[in-house]
Design a protein around this ligand. Sequence first.
Ligand SMILES: [Zn+2]
Length: 284
Amino acid sequence: MKSRWKEVPKIDFHVHIVLHEREDTDLQLNTLEMMLEAMEENNVERAVVLPINYPDYFPLTDDERKDWLRANNERQAELMEQGQGRLIAFADCALDGPYLQENAGAVELSRAIGELGLRGLKVHPSNLKVPADDPRLRPYLLAAERLGVPIVFHANPSAYDPDFYGATPGRIYRAMYGLSDRFVVAHLGGTAFLELLSGRGYVDLSGGLLQICELFGVEFAERLLRRIGLERVLFATDYPIFPYERYFQVLDQMNFSDEEIERIAYRNAESLLKGDEQGGGSKR
Ligand SMILES: [Zn+2]
């Protein structure tokens, strides 16, 4: 049987382009060409390319490493330029080096959005080793809001994170208190996914969906997504960490109407990127 989910046009809201392999991560090599090929093969029209708030994410010179945030943002902009209009690159953030200074990060984010043309902000609390609601991150969040771009937060408690509970949906909601709903809790909240039920903003399916299907079954996962609200759900994979087929295999077993599939696969992402007022959790 043909896969409905493979055929339908999609925006993948969470991918990584990986230009060098490192021993200490699960990120394997995924060049621009490899990414575009995977997108073509799987009917992914556009993909949101995310950094991970980590100095060695891209191969950098010693000089560039002194201000790795600036260098990473420039790499992200180059990828978007070379991406045939199909890649939407987000800006990185840092809390070390020159960014110990208050507001230096907000200034760099303004440059990344205004001059380099990046389209959003990625926040990875575990890699930064602070909780999502740490006051040092606040200037970045306020700047993103002022610049009118969405924020994607990595979400999943991790034993490598000294705060352990720093990257959960609840912590992200606290960080975004008083700010707009233009943010995404990635990985379906990771192991803390139940907190999504009291939340707002958007969720992305990457990784978390596969884990929930394995542990609790596809029916449970579909009920969970409906309870969260399908207007808040974004198709996303964390490619190249997880292959597209694994998502199609579980999503094809869910009972979504064509309209619901289109919403999750494409329309929610489109309106979040455009900055439409509807969608997200604004009704909640
Ligand atoms: Zn990721």
